[in-house]
Design a protein around this ligand. Structure first.
Ligand code: GTP
Ligand code: MG
Length: 386
């Protein structure tokens, strides 16, 4: 018997950030979460129990933002990883979601070979991948972009949920350094879990059911997730506009063209009182507006009343089958290119060594310019943005 959820999801964290994200799904919502890391030092603070953690030996403690080290850590430990996963990828598991902090050596470098290993277990695979803070260094940004493109190109990965740490940091500027990651990780876990939970309930108004939910997860491409409070407004145009604004500001990443959405889920949740205050026709008008935004994409909707006494109305959204968030990626590319040029100008032996060894062979073949071209081509073919 499932407990308040549509799908039994196994969360696999790779690297430190990825493991912390996976841990939060276990802490808050009792999912089974696993951790794989190259750094024993990170494990001292792990919130995942010893039996659910796997140490990947690199010969040094960690992968030092080196993609190659992360990649070889997974490849060298392949058998150990398979034996470990066999303990948890049981027949009851419906879905596997890999969590990774984009830009590090272990999580990002190990992600592609880890996905290959997971494919043999025959379960659908999704990824939650974060984009770095603006303040983070060039190598982190560069690593993040290279691996993002590779995961996006793997058609068997769905959804590829993109979470922008930079956007969340801007939204909560007063968080202490101590609390930031746990706050961000809780935000991600909540945004993702709420759909899995609500779709297991029947709503007396309108249910977004388990089959709808799975269709959204399996839409391919990227996924944007969001949650927001909708201000209480009674005029239909303003309600529609506010709902649209809330969705946009509540997304965990920006820069998507929502017109590329293949399947979206929109859930409204609020007290009976709050829901009663909105006329059905106004709600239809607002939801119709969302249908226009996704330009022909399917919109699954759910309306769930709660017993709460307050007046707040929450809107949760999931846009699946999206193209990469090109506007955001372009900004990242430009600053990364600038940073790499400065690094190269320094011509210090250390830096040259770092740049060379930090690229895996296929990445080195591609170089930075083809990636820029890929992004430009994508952007030039883009339509209006949401
Ligand atoms: N959302 C979120 N992002 C994180 C967290 N920790 C780190 N990050 C992001 O993830 C990126 C990669 O960092 P890590 O996860 O520490 O890297 P790693 O995979 O362990 O790789 P190495 O340390 O290089 O071996 C960072 O640059 C941050 O942007 C976290 O707890 N939550
Ligand atoms: Mg690390």
């Amino acid at each position: 018997m499932r407990k308040n959820r549509s799908l039994n999801i196994l969360f696999v964290g790779a690297g430190q950030g990825g493991s912390r994200q996976a841990a939060e799904f276990g802490n808050l919502y009792d999912y089974v979460s696993l951790s794989m890391n190259t750094a024993e030092v990170d494990e001292l603070h792990s919130q995942i129990g010893l039996r659910r953690r796997l140490h990947l030996d690199t010969g040094i403690d960690g992968a030092g933002k080196n993609l190659q080290l992360g990649e070889s850590a997974v490849k060298k430990n392949r058998k150990k990883i398979i034996d470990f996963l066999k303990l948890y990828v049981t027949p009851e598991i419906d879905y596997i979601i890999v969590c990774v902090g984009g830009g590090g050596g272990t999580g990002s470098g190990g992600l592609i070979p880890l996905i290959e290993i997971l494919k043999d277990f025959g379960k659908p695979i999704g990824v939650i991948y974060t984009l770095p803070l603006k303040s983070e260094d060039t190598i982190t940004h560069r690593n993040c972009l290279f691996i993002l493109k590779k995961v996006f190109e793997d058609n068997e990965v769905s959804p590829l949920v993109i979470v922008d740490n930079a956007k969340i940091a801007l939204k909560y500027p007063n968080l202490s350094a101590m609390d930031r990651w746990s706050h961000v990780n809780q935000y991600i876990a909540r945004g993702f879990h709420i759909f899995n939970m609500l779709t297991s309930y029947a709503s007396e108004i309108h249910s977004l059911d388990m089959a709808d939910y799975e269709m959204i997860l399996r839409a391919g491409g990227c996924m944007a997730l969001g949650e927001a409070v909708v201000p209480r407004i009674t005029e239909p145009e303003i309600l529609a506009e506010k709902m649209r604004d809330s969705i946009s500001s509540g997304l965990l990443a920006d820069g998507f063209d929502l017109a590329t959405t293949k399947r979206a889920g929109i859930i409204l949740r609020g007290s009976t009182k709050a829901l009663r205050s909105i006329k059905a026709a106004d709600m239809d008008y607002a939801l119709d507006h969302i249908r226009e935004i996704v330009r022909g994409g399917t919109v699954y909707r759910g309306i769930y009343p709660t017993d709460s006494r307050d007046d707040e109305l929450f809107i949760y959204s999931m846009f699946g089958g999206l193209d990469l968030p090109m506007k955001r990626i372009q900004t990242m590319m430009e600053s990364t290119k600038e940073g790499l040029e400065s690094l190269q100008k320094k011509k210090s032996r250390d830096v040259v060594f770092d740049l060379e060894t930090n690229l895996d062979s296929s990445i080195a073949d591609e170089g930075i310019d083809p990636l820029l071209k890929f992004i430009r081509d994508k952007i030039s073919g883009e339509e209006d943005e949401f």
